[in-house]
Design a protein. Structure first.
Length: 658
């Protein structure tokens, strides 16, 4: 195949410009070196497991062929890959709408920080009226087992945790040396920080209070990392915690092993990997070791040896991983933990306690397999360290979710983010304040708020949504009192390659008018609208999930339908909300009684967690209840994540489930 020819992946571009921008992300002559699935298939044959393999397991590992990958598809090293972009934003169009909902309570995986409401059982009870910012206010009344001593999977007897050696991590190139190798990413130039409200001008009423949506927004420009830059990007320390309980026997553990071997192909000399398995105890299979070409063979042999048996105690694995982070001799630019499990565990309180003693900066991503895992717990765990939850009903998709999670790590450009927000307007507007926040990342102290985030990747954005209370106001507004600064915000972010700390500041100023005065050109901010609908839609998905837990599935679907109607009232606004519209449609399907029991609860937990965090890939299911492959860029993917997921998908047969 000529290098100018391209393989057509099952993705679509939004423009020719987008196609050209990513055309050379991965050069054709680097494909086989970058992603050697054909050779992997020849090397890797699954070990015998404790029980007879099911026919579907055998089908997942066809006989080896010299020019085929592990899925039996012909492999051509001269193929080039294409990537794709999220939909373009359309022009701003005014859509008069603002929801004001009664407060409800906290949950572990993140939501609005107020008190419970009941699902709305009669949508006709809602009513609305117009405020002076030009949009209606709608009021809605919505409805263990003890550990046992065991030897690990490669014949080594585990010692007590206080005797295990954690300072045996392999030396890495010092951070200051990595800076010389890497392509510079100027945080001052490439990262924007701003505070915005839906409207900049308005009138304060003398009869009632009003509520105005706003966002604190961080955006990082894209940076494309090609194969040739693998050793120039940030280095990653990755610890994988692998469930080897008896329920993992068969295709689950085999797909985990194959996915781990694929993961090796995306890691380079400046990355380090550690493998820890767990049943009733944790087993340290490897030290934190560099992923050099030679060490890839070492890791491959260890991965091949993994077998499933025993119980399931996640807190034993996290305890070992946290000890490793605290006692390692060398610290890489970026650190993360992947937790993979298919079971139910009751040790979350222990994990909460463990993590309080860990001062290291890292993220924690969780992967839940099948119908039996505890999705609420897995979302709670990942939210302890701002991670994503990947719901893997179909284990053949695990490698694609691995690619997404790792793509986010290798494209990190900022760490240890801290946002300080002050809501303190001067007299006579001192009662204007933040009244509601969305997501569990807001920490309040009086009129001060703080948000922390471990990492920020290129091509990503973080939008923290709030509602501003504009109280009843009777005084006359003088000209000198029109422009009022109601919010101050500061961002502190550190460069992971050189440790430099960057600070950015912004404020929100509103302009007020008297009731008898006219406001000209008071346009709404379409970006604020889109982010507000993201969190309002997520809030409704969580309410619907709670209704389903009480067997009120029809009420759950009514809540979702009402939200979809509100978003889709104007096509231009709806065009900016494609992700949350898709999630709401999926959540409606998940709310059906049969679907909810099979996959709906887990899917809805994932949506709530990932949508508030603005990261991860939300699983999709067909009308027949099968998990389907992501054939379009996920809402929160950057170019690097799209590229890596595309590589994995390119290696597979066409996905036939529908």
């Amino acid at each position: 195949m000529n290098q100018q020819q391209q393989v057509q992946l099952p993705f679509t571009y939004q423009s020719v410009q987008q196609q050209q921008q990513v055309q050379n992300l991965i050069q054709p002559n680097n494909l086989q070196q970058y992603f050697q699935l054909s050779e992997l298939h020849q090397e890797f044959s699954p070990p015998k497991v404790a029980c007879q393999a099911a026919p579907q397991v055998k089908a997942a590992f066809p006989p080896s062929h010299s020019n085929q990958n592990r899925f039996g598809v012909p492999f051509n090293s001269n193929q080039s890959l294409q990537q794709y972009f999220p939909p373009q934003k359309s022009n701003q169009t005014q859509v008069p709408l603002l929801f004001i909902s009664k407060p409800y309570s906290k949950v572990n995986f993140g939501k609005c920080q107020q008190n419970p409401i009941n699902p709305q059982t009669n949508p006709q009870n809602s009513y609305s009226n117009q405020n002076q910012f030009g949009f209606p206010i709608t009021y809605q009344q919505a409805p263990q087992q003890p550990a046992q001593s065991q030897s690990n999977l490669i014949g080594m007897v585990d010692l007590q945790y206080d005797k295990i050696k954690y300072d045996d991590d392999e030396m890495i190139v010092p951070k200051q040396e990595q800076v010389k190798q890497s392509n510079e990413y100027n945080l001052n130039e490439k990262i924007s920080f701003e505070v915005k409200a839906l409207y900049k001008m308005g009138k304060l009423l003398n009869t009632k209070s009003q509520y105005l949506p706003g966002i604190v927004s961080i955006k990082a420009q894209e940076k494309i990392i090609s194969e040739n830059d693998k050793n120039g990007r940030v280095g990653v320390d990755l610890i994988c915690l692998i469930d080897i309980s008896g329920s993992m026997i068969g295709i689950k553990i085999e797909m985990v092993k194959q996915s781990l071997i694929i993961l090796l192909q995306f890691l380079g000399d400046n990355d380090r990997l550690q493998l820890i398995t767990f049943d009733n105890e944790a087993h340290k299979l490897t030290p934190l070791k560099r992923v050099t070409l030679q060490n890839k063979d070492y890791f491959t042999q260890i991965i091949k040896s993994i077998q499933a048996y025993g119980g399931n105690q996640i807190s034993e694995a996290t305890k070992m991983a946290f000890q490793q982070l605290k006692q390692r001799k060398y610290v890489n630019n970026v650190t993360s933990i992947f937790l993979l499990s298919d079971g139910v565990d009751y040790t979350f309180p222990a994990i909460q306690t463990q993590i309080k003693s860990v001062n290291e900066i890292f993220t924690l991503h969780t992967f839940g397999f099948g119908q039996d895992h505890d999705a609420p717990m897995m979302t709670s765990i990942c939210n302890l360290k701002s991670g994503s939850f990947y719901f893997v009903q179909d284990v053949t998709l695990l490698d694609e979710f691995f690619a997404d999670a790792l793509g986010g790590l290798i494209s990190v450009v900022g760490e240890n983010l801290e946002i300080n927000i002050s809501s303190s307007a001067p007299a006579p507007y001192q009662n204007i304040q933040i009244s509601k926040t969305y997501g569990n990342m807001w920490n309040k102290k009086g009129n001060q708020y703080q948000i922390t985030q471990p990492q920020l990747a290129t091509g990503s954005r973080k939008d923290y949504v709030f509602e501003l209370l504009l109280p009843q106001f009777e005084a006359k507004i003088e000209d000198s009192q029109r422009n009022v600064k109601v919010i101050d915000a500061q961002l502190i972010i550190r460069d992971p390659t050189n440790g430099n700390v960057i600070k950015k500041q912004d404020s929100l100023t509103l302009t007020f008018f008297n009731l008898d005065e006219q406001i000209n050109q008071n346009e709404q901010d379409i970006d604020v609208y889109a982010q507000y609908f993201r969190v309002k839609g997520t809030e409704v998905i969580d309410q619907a999930r709670k209704a389903c837990e009480q067997n009120k599935n029809e009420d759950a679907q009514k809540l979702i339908d009402n939200m979809l109607i509100q978003i889709q009232k104007n096509q231009n606004v709806a065009a900016q909300c494609g992700g949350i519209i898709q999630d709401l449609q999926q959540a409606k399907q998940a709310s059906e009684r049969q679907s909810y029991n099979l996959f709906g609860q887990k899917q809805m937990c994932q949506m709530v967690s990932n949508n508030y965090q603005q990261q991860g890939v939300n699983s999709m299911f067909s009308a027949q209840g099968f998990q389907v492959q992501q054939v379009q860029p996920a809402s929160y993917q950057n170019i690097q994540q799209q590229a890596m997921m595309g590589l994995v998908q390119q290696s597979k047969q066409p996905y036939k489930k529908n």
